[in-house]
Design a protein around this ligand. Structure first.
Ligand code: HEC
Ligand code: HEC
Ligand code: HEC
Ligand code: HEC
Ligand code: HEC
Length: 176
Protein backbone atom coordinates (compact mmCIF):
# COMPACT_ATOMS: atom_id res chain seq x y z
CA UNK A 1 0.00 0.00 0.00
CA UNK A 2 3.05 2.33 -0.05
CA UNK A 3 2.19 3.22 -3.64
CA UNK A 4 -1.30 4.42 -2.59
CA UNK A 5 0.03 6.61 0.18
CA UNK A 6 2.51 8.12 -2.20
CA UNK A 7 -0.18 8.67 -4.77
CA UNK A 8 -2.46 10.34 -2.16
CA UNK A 9 0.33 12.65 -1.11
CA UNK A 10 0.98 13.54 -4.72
CA UNK A 11 -2.71 14.22 -5.29
CA UNK A 12 -2.92 16.37 -2.14
CA UNK A 13 0.08 18.34 -3.30
CA UNK A 14 -1.36 18.76 -6.78
CA UNK A 15 -4.65 19.90 -5.28
CA UNK A 16 -2.83 22.50 -3.20
CA UNK A 17 -0.84 23.67 -6.21
CA UNK A 18 -4.11 23.65 -8.13
CA UNK A 19 -5.87 26.12 -5.84
CA UNK A 20 -2.77 28.18 -5.39
CA UNK A 21 -2.12 28.10 -9.13
CA UNK A 22 -5.70 29.11 -9.83
CA UNK A 23 -5.42 32.00 -7.38
CA UNK A 24 -2.18 33.11 -9.07
CA UNK A 25 -3.81 32.82 -12.47
CA UNK A 26 -6.76 34.96 -11.39
CA UNK A 27 -4.38 37.59 -10.00
CA UNK A 28 -2.29 37.50 -13.16
CA UNK A 29 -5.38 37.87 -15.35
CA UNK A 30 -6.60 40.81 -13.24
CA UNK A 31 -3.18 42.47 -13.45
CA UNK A 32 -3.02 41.89 -17.21
CA UNK A 33 -6.56 43.15 -17.58
CA UNK A 34 -5.47 46.42 -15.98
CA UNK A 35 -2.35 46.70 -18.08
CA UNK A 36 -4.17 45.76 -21.25
CA UNK A 37 -6.14 48.98 -21.56
CA UNK A 38 -4.73 49.93 -24.96
CA UNK A 39 -2.10 52.67 -24.91
CA UNK A 40 -3.51 54.26 -28.08
CA UNK A 41 -7.13 53.09 -28.55
CA UNK A 42 -8.60 53.27 -32.05
CA UNK A 43 -11.06 56.18 -32.13
CA UNK A 44 -14.41 56.26 -33.97
CA UNK A 45 -13.09 59.25 -35.94
CA UNK A 46 -9.39 59.44 -36.63
CA UNK A 47 -8.85 62.81 -34.97
CA UNK A 48 -5.32 64.19 -35.46
CA UNK A 49 -3.96 66.45 -32.69
CA UNK A 50 -1.06 67.13 -35.07
CA UNK A 51 -3.27 69.15 -37.43
CA UNK A 52 -5.24 70.98 -34.76
CA UNK A 53 -2.81 71.57 -31.90
CA UNK A 54 0.46 71.70 -33.83
CA UNK A 55 -0.27 72.99 -37.34
CA UNK A 56 -3.26 75.23 -36.49
CA UNK A 57 -1.82 76.05 -33.03
CA UNK A 58 -5.21 75.86 -31.32
CA UNK A 59 -4.83 76.08 -27.53
CA UNK A 60 -5.49 72.84 -25.68
CA UNK A 61 -8.19 74.59 -23.66
CA UNK A 62 -9.92 75.75 -26.87
CA UNK A 63 -11.29 72.20 -26.98
CA UNK A 64 -10.66 70.87 -23.47
CA UNK A 65 -12.50 73.83 -22.00
CA UNK A 66 -12.93 72.67 -18.39
CA UNK A 67 -9.29 71.81 -17.62
CA UNK A 68 -8.72 74.92 -15.51
CA UNK A 69 -12.06 74.96 -13.72
CA UNK A 70 -13.18 71.42 -13.13
CA UNK A 71 -11.92 67.98 -12.19
CA UNK A 72 -12.40 66.89 -15.82
CA UNK A 73 -10.72 68.50 -18.78
CA UNK A 74 -13.64 67.56 -21.03
CA UNK A 75 -13.76 66.56 -24.68
CA UNK A 76 -15.37 69.11 -27.02
CA UNK A 77 -18.94 68.80 -28.29
CA UNK A 78 -19.33 68.22 -32.04
CA UNK A 79 -20.56 71.79 -32.43
CA UNK A 80 -16.98 72.92 -31.70
CA UNK A 81 -15.73 70.78 -34.56
CA UNK A 82 -18.50 71.88 -36.91
CA UNK A 83 -17.68 75.55 -36.39
CA UNK A 84 -14.83 74.81 -38.81
CA UNK A 85 -15.83 71.60 -40.53
CA UNK A 86 -19.09 72.92 -41.90
CA UNK A 87 -16.83 74.44 -44.52
CA UNK A 88 -13.30 73.06 -44.05
CA UNK A 89 -12.08 69.72 -45.42
CA UNK A 90 -15.70 68.60 -45.92
CA UNK A 91 -14.80 65.96 -48.50
CA UNK A 92 -12.26 64.14 -46.32
CA UNK A 93 -13.59 60.70 -45.30
CA UNK A 94 -13.03 61.26 -41.57
CA UNK A 95 -14.70 64.66 -41.69
CA UNK A 96 -17.65 63.09 -43.55
CA UNK A 97 -17.97 60.63 -40.69
CA UNK A 98 -18.06 63.59 -38.34
CA UNK A 99 -20.84 65.25 -40.37
CA UNK A 100 -22.72 61.95 -40.47
CA UNK A 101 -22.76 61.86 -36.67
CA UNK A 102 -24.01 65.44 -36.51
CA UNK A 103 -26.77 64.81 -39.08
CA UNK A 104 -27.91 61.63 -37.32
CA UNK A 105 -27.61 63.38 -33.95
CA UNK A 106 -25.51 60.47 -32.83
CA UNK A 107 -22.76 61.32 -30.35
CA UNK A 108 -19.20 60.23 -31.10
CA UNK A 109 -18.13 57.82 -28.37
CA UNK A 110 -14.44 58.70 -27.95
CA UNK A 111 -12.46 55.92 -26.32
CA UNK A 112 -10.74 56.91 -23.09
CA UNK A 113 -6.96 57.03 -23.32
CA UNK A 114 -6.37 57.83 -19.63
CA UNK A 115 -8.46 56.39 -16.86
CA UNK A 116 -7.76 56.10 -13.14
CA UNK A 117 -9.45 53.51 -10.94
CA UNK A 118 -12.61 54.86 -9.26
CA UNK A 119 -11.02 54.89 -5.82
CA UNK A 120 -8.58 57.62 -6.84
CA UNK A 121 -9.44 61.28 -6.51
CA UNK A 122 -7.92 63.43 -9.25
CA UNK A 123 -8.62 66.94 -10.39
CA UNK A 124 -7.35 68.85 -13.41
CA UNK A 125 -8.17 72.29 -12.03
CA UNK A 126 -5.64 72.23 -9.17
CA UNK A 127 -2.84 71.03 -11.41
CA UNK A 128 -3.53 73.38 -14.29
CA UNK A 129 -3.93 76.39 -11.98
CA UNK A 130 -0.65 75.49 -10.23
CA UNK A 131 1.03 75.76 -13.63
CA UNK A 132 1.64 72.04 -14.21
CA UNK A 133 1.74 71.78 -17.99
CA UNK A 134 -0.51 69.30 -19.82
CA UNK A 135 2.63 67.72 -21.27
CA UNK A 136 3.97 66.80 -17.80
CA UNK A 137 1.22 64.18 -17.63
CA UNK A 138 0.18 63.65 -21.26
CA UNK A 139 3.41 64.08 -23.21
CA UNK A 140 3.67 65.94 -26.51
CA UNK A 141 0.02 65.48 -27.55
CA UNK A 142 0.35 68.05 -30.35
CA UNK A 143 2.82 65.70 -32.07
CA UNK A 144 0.54 62.66 -31.85
CA UNK A 145 -1.28 61.40 -34.97
CA UNK A 146 -3.29 59.21 -32.65
CA UNK A 147 -3.62 60.10 -28.97
CA UNK A 148 -1.63 57.80 -26.74
CA UNK A 149 -0.82 57.37 -23.08
CA UNK A 150 2.82 58.00 -22.31
CA UNK A 151 2.81 58.02 -18.48
CA UNK A 152 2.07 55.00 -16.27
CA UNK A 153 -0.61 56.72 -14.09
CA UNK A 154 0.55 54.67 -11.13
CA UNK A 155 0.48 55.85 -7.53
CA UNK A 156 4.30 55.96 -7.54
CA UNK A 157 4.20 58.33 -10.49
CA UNK A 158 1.77 60.72 -8.77
CA UNK A 159 3.58 60.65 -5.43
CA UNK A 160 7.04 61.17 -6.97
CA UNK A 161 5.94 64.44 -8.54
CA UNK A 162 4.04 65.49 -5.41
CA UNK A 163 7.22 65.03 -3.36
CA UNK A 164 9.31 66.93 -5.90
CA UNK A 165 6.82 69.81 -6.11
CA UNK A 166 5.96 70.01 -2.41
CA UNK A 167 2.35 68.94 -3.00
CA UNK A 168 0.59 66.88 -0.28
CA UNK A 169 1.34 63.14 -0.08
CA UNK A 170 -0.99 61.99 2.71
CA UNK A 171 -3.28 59.17 1.63
CA UNK A 172 -6.46 61.24 1.92
CA UNK A 173 -5.22 63.61 -0.80
CA UNK A 174 -5.95 61.00 -3.44
CA UNK A 175 -8.13 58.44 -1.62
CA UNK A 176 -11.38 59.57 -0.05
C1 HEC B 1 -9.71 70.82 -32.02
C2 HEC B 1 -9.94 70.28 -30.70
C3 HEC B 1 -8.78 69.80 -29.85
C4 HEC B 1 -7.63 70.47 -29.51
C5 HEC B 1 -7.18 71.85 -29.95
C6 HEC B 1 -6.92 69.60 -28.59
N1 HEC B 1 -7.62 68.44 -28.40
FE1 HEC B 1 -7.13 66.92 -27.18
N2 HEC B 1 -8.71 65.83 -27.83
C7 HEC B 1 -9.64 66.28 -28.75
C8 HEC B 1 -10.55 65.18 -29.06
C9 HEC B 1 -11.73 65.25 -30.04
C10 HEC B 1 -10.13 64.08 -28.29
C11 HEC B 1 -10.76 62.68 -28.26
C12 HEC B 1 -10.14 61.80 -29.32
C13 HEC B 1 -8.75 61.35 -28.98
O1 HEC B 1 -8.52 60.81 -27.90
O2 HEC B 1 -7.85 61.56 -29.82
C14 HEC B 1 -8.98 64.52 -27.53
C15 HEC B 1 -8.30 63.74 -26.62
C16 HEC B 1 -7.27 64.21 -25.81
C17 HEC B 1 -6.65 63.44 -24.75
C18 HEC B 1 -7.00 62.03 -24.34
C19 HEC B 1 -8.17 62.03 -23.40
C20 HEC B 1 -8.40 60.67 -22.78
O3 HEC B 1 -9.30 59.97 -23.23
O4 HEC B 1 -7.66 60.30 -21.87
C21 HEC B 1 -5.68 64.23 -24.19
C22 HEC B 1 -4.78 63.87 -23.05
C23 HEC B 1 -5.69 65.47 -24.91
N3 HEC B 1 -6.67 65.43 -25.88
C24 HEC B 1 -4.84 66.51 -24.64
C25 HEC B 1 -4.73 67.64 -25.45
C26 HEC B 1 -3.67 68.61 -25.32
C27 HEC B 1 -2.56 68.55 -24.29
C28 HEC B 1 -3.88 69.57 -26.27
C29 HEC B 1 -3.02 70.77 -26.60
C30 HEC B 1 -1.65 70.47 -26.94
C31 HEC B 1 -5.11 69.18 -26.98
N4 HEC B 1 -5.56 68.01 -26.47
C32 HEC B 1 -5.71 69.92 -28.00
C33 HEC B 1 -9.74 67.54 -29.28
C34 HEC B 1 -8.76 68.53 -29.17
C1 HEC C 1 -10.40 75.99 -35.88
C2 HEC C 1 -10.91 75.14 -36.93
C3 HEC C 1 -11.06 73.66 -36.66
C4 HEC C 1 -11.70 73.05 -35.60
C5 HEC C 1 -12.40 73.70 -34.42
C6 HEC C 1 -11.63 71.62 -35.85
N1 HEC C 1 -10.94 71.39 -37.00
FE1 HEC C 1 -10.53 69.58 -37.81
N2 HEC C 1 -9.38 70.45 -39.22
C7 HEC C 1 -9.25 71.81 -39.42
C8 HEC C 1 -8.33 72.05 -40.52
C9 HEC C 1 -7.90 73.40 -41.07
C10 HEC C 1 -7.92 70.77 -40.98
C11 HEC C 1 -6.91 70.44 -42.04
C12 HEC C 1 -7.50 70.44 -43.39
C13 HEC C 1 -6.41 70.24 -44.41
O1 HEC C 1 -5.50 69.45 -44.17
O2 HEC C 1 -6.49 70.87 -45.45
C14 HEC C 1 -8.61 69.79 -40.14
C15 HEC C 1 -8.51 68.42 -40.29
C16 HEC C 1 -9.29 67.49 -39.63
C17 HEC C 1 -9.30 66.08 -39.87
C18 HEC C 1 -8.36 65.35 -40.81
C19 HEC C 1 -8.78 65.33 -42.19
C20 HEC C 1 -7.75 64.55 -42.95
O3 HEC C 1 -8.12 63.53 -43.51
O4 HEC C 1 -6.58 64.95 -42.97
C21 HEC C 1 -10.20 65.51 -39.02
C22 HEC C 1 -10.58 64.04 -38.91
C23 HEC C 1 -10.74 66.57 -38.22
N3 HEC C 1 -10.17 67.76 -38.61
C24 HEC C 1 -11.66 66.38 -37.21
C25 HEC C 1 -12.02 67.36 -36.31
C26 HEC C 1 -12.80 67.13 -35.12
C27 HEC C 1 -13.37 65.79 -34.69
C28 HEC C 1 -12.92 68.32 -34.49
C29 HEC C 1 -13.61 68.60 -33.20
C30 HEC C 1 -13.14 67.89 -32.05
C31 HEC C 1 -12.23 69.31 -35.29
N4 HEC C 1 -11.68 68.69 -36.38
C32 HEC C 1 -12.16 70.66 -35.00
C33 HEC C 1 -9.87 72.78 -38.69
C34 HEC C 1 -10.57 72.59 -37.53
C1 HEC D 1 -1.00 66.21 -13.10
C2 HEC D 1 -1.25 65.44 -14.29
C3 HEC D 1 -2.15 65.99 -15.36
C4 HEC D 1 -2.13 67.24 -15.95
C5 HEC D 1 -1.22 68.42 -15.63
C6 HEC D 1 -3.16 67.24 -16.96
N1 HEC D 1 -3.79 66.02 -16.98
FE1 HEC D 1 -5.29 65.44 -18.21
N2 HEC D 1 -5.48 63.67 -17.20
C7 HEC D 1 -4.64 63.27 -16.18
C8 HEC D 1 -5.16 62.04 -15.61
C9 HEC D 1 -4.54 61.27 -14.45
C10 HEC D 1 -6.32 61.71 -16.34
C11 HEC D 1 -7.29 60.54 -16.08
C12 HEC D 1 -8.31 61.06 -15.09
C13 HEC D 1 -9.34 60.07 -14.59
O1 HEC D 1 -9.42 58.93 -15.07
O2 HEC D 1 -10.13 60.45 -13.72
C14 HEC D 1 -6.48 62.75 -17.34
C15 HEC D 1 -7.52 62.81 -18.27
C16 HEC D 1 -7.62 63.78 -19.26
C17 HEC D 1 -8.66 63.81 -20.28
C18 HEC D 1 -9.81 62.81 -20.45
C19 HEC D 1 -10.79 62.87 -19.31
C20 HEC D 1 -11.24 64.25 -18.94
O3 HEC D 1 -10.76 64.77 -17.91
O4 HEC D 1 -12.02 64.86 -19.67
C21 HEC D 1 -8.41 64.90 -21.07
C22 HEC D 1 -9.22 65.36 -22.27
C23 HEC D 1 -7.23 65.56 -20.54
N3 HEC D 1 -6.78 64.85 -19.45
C24 HEC D 1 -6.68 66.72 -21.06
C25 HEC D 1 -5.75 67.51 -20.40
C26 HEC D 1 -5.33 68.84 -20.84
C27 HEC D 1 -5.81 69.55 -22.08
C28 HEC D 1 -4.43 69.29 -19.90
C29 HEC D 1 -3.76 70.65 -19.83
C30 HEC D 1 -4.64 71.81 -19.89
C31 HEC D 1 -4.28 68.25 -18.90
N4 HEC D 1 -5.10 67.19 -19.23
C32 HEC D 1 -3.44 68.31 -17.80
C33 HEC D 1 -3.52 63.92 -15.73
C34 HEC D 1 -3.20 65.22 -16.02
C1 HEC E 1 3.95 66.61 -12.69
C2 HEC E 1 3.61 66.72 -11.31
C3 HEC E 1 2.36 66.09 -10.75
C4 HEC E 1 1.85 64.84 -11.04
C5 HEC E 1 2.38 63.82 -12.02
C6 HEC E 1 0.66 64.69 -10.23
N1 HEC E 1 0.46 65.79 -9.47
FE1 HEC E 1 -1.11 66.11 -8.20
N2 HEC E 1 -0.39 67.95 -7.74
C7 HEC E 1 0.77 68.50 -8.23
C8 HEC E 1 0.95 69.81 -7.66
C9 HEC E 1 2.12 70.77 -7.92
C10 HEC E 1 -0.15 70.03 -6.79
C11 HEC E 1 -0.41 71.23 -5.88
C12 HEC E 1 -1.36 72.15 -6.56
C13 HEC E 1 -1.66 73.35 -5.67
O1 HEC E 1 -0.77 73.80 -4.94
O2 HEC E 1 -2.81 73.79 -5.69
C14 HEC E 1 -0.98 68.83 -6.89
C15 HEC E 1 -2.18 68.69 -6.20
C16 HEC E 1 -2.99 67.57 -6.27
C17 HEC E 1 -4.26 67.41 -5.60
C18 HEC E 1 -4.93 68.45 -4.71
C19 HEC E 1 -4.28 68.38 -3.36
C20 HEC E 1 -5.06 69.06 -2.27
O3 HEC E 1 -4.49 69.87 -1.57
O4 HEC E 1 -6.25 68.72 -2.12
C21 HEC E 1 -4.71 66.16 -5.88
C22 HEC E 1 -6.01 65.52 -5.38
C23 HEC E 1 -3.74 65.51 -6.73
N3 HEC E 1 -2.72 66.41 -6.96
C24 HEC E 1 -3.85 64.23 -7.21
C25 HEC E 1 -2.94 63.65 -8.09
C26 HEC E 1 -3.05 62.30 -8.60
C27 HEC E 1 -4.12 61.30 -8.22
C28 HEC E 1 -2.01 62.12 -9.47
C29 HEC E 1 -1.67 60.91 -10.30
C30 HEC E 1 -2.72 60.33 -11.09
C31 HEC E 1 -1.25 63.37 -9.48
N4 HEC E 1 -1.83 64.26 -8.63
C32 HEC E 1 -0.12 63.56 -10.25
C33 HEC E 1 1.63 67.92 -9.14
C34 HEC E 1 1.48 66.68 -9.74
C1 HEC F 1 -0.78 61.68 -5.13
C2 HEC F 1 -1.83 60.69 -5.16
C3 HEC F 1 -1.79 59.50 -4.23
C4 HEC F 1 -1.45 59.46 -2.89
C5 HEC F 1 -0.94 60.60 -2.02
C6 HEC F 1 -1.68 58.10 -2.43
N1 HEC F 1 -2.15 57.34 -3.48
FE1 HEC F 1 -2.68 55.37 -3.40
N2 HEC F 1 -3.09 55.36 -5.39
C7 HEC F 1 -2.95 56.44 -6.23
C8 HEC F 1 -3.26 56.05 -7.57
C9 HEC F 1 -3.24 56.92 -8.81
C10 HEC F 1 -3.59 54.67 -7.52
C11 HEC F 1 -4.05 53.77 -8.69
C12 HEC F 1 -2.92 53.38 -9.56
C13 HEC F 1 -2.14 52.26 -8.97
O1 HEC F 1 -2.74 51.26 -8.55
O2 HEC F 1 -0.89 52.38 -8.95
C14 HEC F 1 -3.47 54.28 -6.13
C15 HEC F 1 -3.73 52.99 -5.66
C16 HEC F 1 -3.69 52.63 -4.33
C17 HEC F 1 -4.08 51.33 -3.82
C18 HEC F 1 -4.60 50.18 -4.66
C19 HEC F 1 -3.47 49.41 -5.25
C20 HEC F 1 -3.96 48.47 -6.29
O3 HEC F 1 -3.20 47.55 -6.62
O4 HEC F 1 -5.04 48.68 -6.83
C21 HEC F 1 -3.90 51.35 -2.47
C22 HEC F 1 -4.18 50.21 -1.49
C23 HEC F 1 -3.38 52.67 -2.12
N3 HEC F 1 -3.29 53.43 -3.28
C24 HEC F 1 -3.09 53.09 -0.84
C25 HEC F 1 -2.53 54.32 -0.52
C26 HEC F 1 -2.06 54.69 0.82
C27 HEC F 1 -2.14 53.79 2.05
C28 HEC F 1 -1.59 55.97 0.74
C29 HEC F 1 -0.94 56.80 1.81
C30 HEC F 1 0.30 56.28 2.37
C31 HEC F 1 -1.76 56.42 -0.64
N4 HEC F 1 -2.32 55.38 -1.36
C32 HEC F 1 -1.44 57.67 -1.12
C33 HEC F 1 -2.62 57.74 -5.85
C34 HEC F 1 -2.22 58.14 -4.59
Amino acid sequence: MRGDKWRMRLLARLALVGWFGLALLVLAVLARHREQAPVAPVQPIDFPHTVHADRLKLACTFCHTFADRSSRAGVPPLATCMACHRSIAVERPEVRKLRGHVERREPVVWQRVHRLPDHVHFTHKRHVRAGVDCSACHGAVAKMERTKRVRPLTMGWCVTCHRARGAPTDCATCHR
